[in-house]
Design a protein around this ligand. Structure first.
Ligand SMILES: Cc1cc2nc3c(=O)[nH]c(=O)nc-3n(C[C@H](O)[C@H](O)[C@H](O)COP(=O)(O)O)c2cc1C
Length: 323
């Protein structure tokens, strides 16, 4: 399939694996890129330039196809060494960066000078326009369904994607709730040039996370996610579990007085325990409603091959016949 996104990133299929904390390691990124999509290493999981440098080099040993690095810009008292992380991305010749969180404008000149294509993750049309204005090459539009941080507008993709299509000149991928060929064809009908998946890629054989996490996603339905931290204007969609219920009980009790410190036990240092040690109930971790569409654990290649084969069938038989 040829779209503006496959052309922009030099990939075979318009499928991107979004950056995911403690999931987006070299193994997964390389598996996605080897299967013809665009794999993404999560920069902040590595944390330091030296560690990111090693992870990028590892990925380069596993694939000779293009892959990217996610840089999530979080408000922080002690911010990571973003200039150092960008330097190793440039020095290793990585040509795609997925930015997320705060506006990446200050880092754009360095990335553009190095010939890097930047795709910024946005949960609203206004942020997507801003991304276009500061020189991003593409946008990943994350609807309300998405795992992780859906923003505060609560606009689902059936509205958000065509709104983005109406306003943007640069290409965008649909993100949030994407799982299969139906997602891809629907996203393209709504104006996207491809799709980005997070949760779906965790439940694959290639994702270097504990089997318990994959099974938790397979066993979850579309009813099993919760929104937390809304009163902190840092809303996150997570998989429900006893720790999340305890966190939500605190949110209810404290109301607008809730502070981050009140819920630190349920959110801090959770990812290594969940993803590496296999304790999915250790705290709150991002997961999309799309878990309801995930019923097995294929390899990344099986997943992507199936999506592309079925997408062709939907396009060439079902839609063409109906029209
Ligand atoms: C476990 C997990 C961790 C994530 N971590 C990050 C992250 O560190 N940075 C980021 O930009 N997005 C992160 N995301 C969001 C994904 O990149 C992607 O936008 C989102 O999962 C899409 O929604 P979906 O899960 O419905 O496919 C994370 C998502 C999940 C499920």
């Amino acid at each position: 399939m040829k779209t503006q996104i496959t052309e922009l990133f030099g990939i075979e299929h318009p499928i991107i694996q979004g950056g995911m904390h403690y999931v987006g390691f070299a193994e997964l990124a390389a598996a996605v890129s080897n299967a013809g999509g665009l794999g993404i290493i999560t920069g902040l999981t590595q944390g330091t330039p030296d560690k990111l440098d090693a992870e990028i080099k590892k990925c380069q040993e596993l694939t000779d196809k293009p892959f990217g690095v996610n840089l999530t810009f979080l408000p922080s008292l002690t911010p990571p060494d973003y200039p150092g992380l960008i330097e190793v991305i440039i020095n290793n010749g990585v040509k795609v960066v997925e930015t997320a969180g705060r506006n990446p404008a200050v880092y754009m000149p360095a990335m553009k000078d190095a010939g890097i294509k930047v795709i910024h993750k946005c949960t609203s049309v206004r942020h997507s326009i801003k991304a276009q204005d500061i020189g991003c090459d593409a946008v990943s539009v994350d609807g309300f369904e998405c795992g992780g941080h859906p923003g505060e507008d609560d606009i689902p993709n059936f509205i958000l994607l065509p709104r983005a299509a109406d306003e943007l000149d640069i290409p965008f991928v649909a993100s949030g709730g994407m799982a299969d060929a139906r997602s891809l064809i629907a996203a393209m009908a709504l104006g996207a040039e491809g799709m980005n998946m997070g949760t779906r890629f965790i439940a694959t054989k290639d994702a270097p996370v504990h089997q318990n996490v994959k099974e938790a996603i397979v066993n979850a339905s579309e009813l099993d996610t919760r929104l937390i931290m809304r009163s902190l204007t840092n809303t996150e969609r997570v998989l429900n579990n006893p720790a999340v219920e305890s966190l939500m009980a605190k949110e209810k009790a404290y109301g607008d007085e809730l502070k981050f410190e009140d819920i630190i036990d349920e959110v801090a240092g959770v990812y290594p325990k969940v993803m590496m040690d296999g304790e999915p109930e250790a705290g709150a971790w991002s997961c999309g409603m799309v878990a309801g569409l995930v019923s097995e654990i294929p390899t990344v290649k099986e997943l992507i091959d199936r999506i592309m084969a079925e997408a062709e069938k939907i396009g060439s038989s079902k839609l063409q016949k109906a029209i």
